[in-house]
Write a protein that binds this ligand. Structure first.
Ligand code: GLV
Ligand code: MN
Ligand code: MN
Length: 407
């Protein structure tokens, strides 16, 4: 087994669920311990560590010309509940491996290289994804981040300070020319590369994600005593909305529209009580932003109609509605040449999942290196990417870092 794989296995022990299920939520003990492990490995190879006010970690290998902007790579190590050990982590520990190898070879970069561990790419705790890269790129400002509260009522600001990050939130955003470029290594999270026997996916676009919160208030009551004709059941209204989400995505005339109700809660949640409240979180994405927006409008209309007919009040909150990312042509061509030279089969592809690259693309020329994962499975405990697939990803990243930083 190669070193990255061993490190990923060690990283997987920092989890609040039992292996192979991984759960690593922002600023929890597991997240902070995992970050500590990452930092210790960076220090072993003398990378200079910097944190910002929300815990993005920057591990820097200084180049010989400090007037030049650095080339950055990196990803995330937080993991949604009961997920796998490769999502995000391959980009962080694979990035470290690429840098370690280059150092071992005696390479001296002209441009500095920065490895970034992004805070909370997953939306688990504060309901919005990519908090770290969103703030870095200026898409989430101080006022907005100060409003974030978790399910237990804990404010983001208190949570980050408790985790040891208390410098000014004004200093997180980076300027447009801060980095020369950004390249993220990640598992594909889809089946294409494995099915086709392709080693490396080169990402040209990232689909546009959106998240909608829906809070419903109907009328509770006794499950035996209230007649069907008199009910304002928030749970049933929520169920109808859930079906509408599926129908709207299926009817969009585009295979690229995907929509999911990932959270659906009812209250008071007792078998003999009519649900008084329901709460849904809806994830709706498309590679085509117009189609995505049309679906969102259709969904909002359906929610209004469903709730009107059922006498249920509703509140909508659009958590995020992001544009797609367009990756940099020069980097894509670079990667095509590099994979050819390395003898790896590559293909250009779209990322349907979002990544920190979605936001980094707004402040730096960006692309992603995808590697195959077994059966395209991700966000599940049986997520798997082979040591060889990871090795090829690291070799590709290493070559592109070298190409972009040499004198
Ligand atoms: C990232 O994890 C996503 O949901 O696409
Ligand atoms: Mn993920
Ligand atoms: Mn990821």
């Amino acid at each position: 087994m190669n070193r990255v794989h061993r490190e990923l296995q060690k990283l997987a022990t920092y989890s609040s669920s039992e292996f192979p299920a991984i759960t690593r939520v922002l600023y929890t003990k597991e997240d902070l311990e995992a970050r500590g492990y990452f930092i210790s490995l960076c220090e072993e190879i003398n990378l200079r560590i910097r944190f910002d006010a929300i815990g993005n970690i920057f591990a820097r290998w200084e180049g010989t010309d400090l007037t030049l902007a650095a080339v950055a790579t990196g990803s995330h190590i937080d993991a949604i509940p009961l997920s796998g050990m490769y999502d995000g982590t391959v980009g962080v520990f694979g990035g470290l491996a690429a840098i370690r190898d280059l150092k071992k070879e005696g390479y001296k970069p002209k441009r500095s290289i920065e490895l970034i561990l992004f805070t909370s790419e997953e939306p688990t705790r504060f309901k919005i994804g990519c908090i770290g890269s969103r703030m870095l790129s200026g898409q989430l400002n101080k006022e907005q981040v100060l409003k974030l509260v978790d399910d237990k009522g804990k404010k983001f600001d208190d949570a980050r300070k408790k985790a040891g990050f208390f410098t000014s939130l004004d200093d997180v955003a980076l300027s447009k020319n801060h980095y020369h470029s950004f390249i993220e290594l990640h598992i594909e999270q889809g089946p294409i590369l494995e099915k086709e026997g392709t080693d490396i996916g080169i990402v040209t676009r990232i689909a546009a994600p959106s998240t909608l919160k829906v809070a419903l208030t109907g009328q509770g009551g006794h499950a035996g005593a209230v007649l069907m004709k008199d009910r304002k059941d928030a749970g049933v209204a929520g169920s109808e909305i859930m079906l509408a989400v599926e129908k709207i995505a299926k009817d969009s005339n585009s295979d690229d529209t995907v929509a999911t109700v990932g959270i659906f809660d009812i209250k008071p949640r007792a078998v003999n009580s009519i649900p008084r409240e329901a709460y849904l979180e809806i994830d709706l994405r498309d590679t085509n932003v117009e189609t995505r927006d049309k679906c969102l409008e259709a969904l909002k209309h359906r929610i209004k109609v469903i709730c009107g007919l059922r006498g249920v009040d509703y509140k909508l909150e659009m958590v995020n509605c992001d544009p797609p990312a367009i990756c940099e042509k020069m980097l894509i061509e670079n990667l095509e040449n590099i994979t050819k030279k390395l003898g790896f089969k590559s293909k250009k592809m779209i990322s349907r999942a979002y990544h920190d690259s979605l936001f980094m693309a707004l402040i730096a020329p960006t692309t992603m290196i995808f590697i195959p994962c077994k059966d395209g499975i991700s966000h599940r405990p049986d997520e798997y990417s082979s040591p060889l697939a990871i090795e090829k990803g690291v070799m590709t990243l290493k070559a592109v870092l070298k190409d972009l930083t040499h004198s």
